[in-house]
Every structure is written in C-alpha cells, then in structure tokens.
Design a binder for this molecule. Sequence first.
Ligand SMILES: [Zn+2]
Length: 209
Amino acid sequence: MLSARAALERLQEGNRRFVANVQGADSLQHDNRRAELPMSQEPFAIVLGCSDARVPAEIVFDQGLGDLFVIRVAGNIVAPSQVGSVEFAAERFGTRLVVVLGHSQCGAILATLEQLRRPTENQSRNLRSIVDRVRPSVESLLTTDLRHDTAALVKQAVRANIRTAVDHLRHGSQLLEQLTVDDGLLVVGAEYSLETGVVEFLDGVPAAV
Ligand SMILES: [Zn+2]
C-alpha cells in the first residue's frame, strides 16, 4: 500500500493532469482494469467529498477504477456513518491517506449561511440534519467583519467546514487516531475550485512524511 505522502503526491499529479486536460493511462475513461477488480480492491486514498455534481473525486484527481474509496455527502459533513466508512476502508484495505474534499460555492454552506441569516421553520428535518452539522463551524464567522463581504464569508465558511470535518476524523475515532499514531494514517483537508479545477491542499499537510 502507498504511504500517505506517496498517495498525496499521486492525487496532486492527477489533479494537475485534470487541470491541464491530459488524462493519465489509468484514468476512469481509459480504464481497462475492470476484469481484475471483482475479487479485491486496493484504494490508495479515501476521499470524503461533497455530493455536488461538479466535484466527482475520480475525475478531478484523474484516477481510475479501484483507486479511490469515495464517500460523498452534501457539504462533506462528518456524521457517524462517514466515520464508519473511513474506518472500514482504512482498516480493511490499509489505505493510509484520507482527504476531506470541500469546494468553492458549496450549496450546503450557502444553505447554512442562509438559514443562519433568515431562519425558516419549514425546513425538512433531514435537510436540517446537514445544516446542523455545518452550522457550528460557520456560525462564529457571522460575528466578524466577514458578514459584510459575502464572497469572503463563503470562502472562509467552506474552509472552516473542511477543517471541522478533518478535525472530527482525526479525533472522533479511536481507531483512526490509533492508525495515525502507529501506522502512518494521514487526514488532510483540500478545497476544489469550481472556477479553476485546481485542488488546493490546506495547511496541516506535513512537509515530509
Ligand atoms: Zn458542496
């Protein structure tokens, strides 16, 4: 299995290909590994991303079948089933890199900001469960000067939400914490730009592993 650092480099290279519009030999579109995969999988990275139709992890990282273990949920929030999915892949497949992939103009973040500014009573309980997960990380931003600058507010709120998810995965699971200490697991945050196609890895990525 690839180390977390090697996996991170592979994702960065894949995203550079995506941005340059060059597909690698293993990209989803050219994949010829289907026949090898029914019996096993060895994903080199786990990606917790947003359900947004514009941010499919395999495509923005130019990876193919069997490469990524992807969990997608609106707002890339972390609830128990997401933690369980990450634990499953990290333990079962030995995958050592976990990426929380948020993105610019995330609808879940916009909906949460909207709800905080103009609360409505008739929101579905299920939808509210997503907003409630996003709310704590963005609520405090509304008490700062950012509230006068919507674009900057949304940008910071997206990042705050990614950091909260990273923190939750790093410290909300005994299993993941143990794998981090003993076995080289790395949980990092990243933001995909809808405008440029570039994935920027956020601070917290060690210079060398
Ligand atoms: Zn989103």
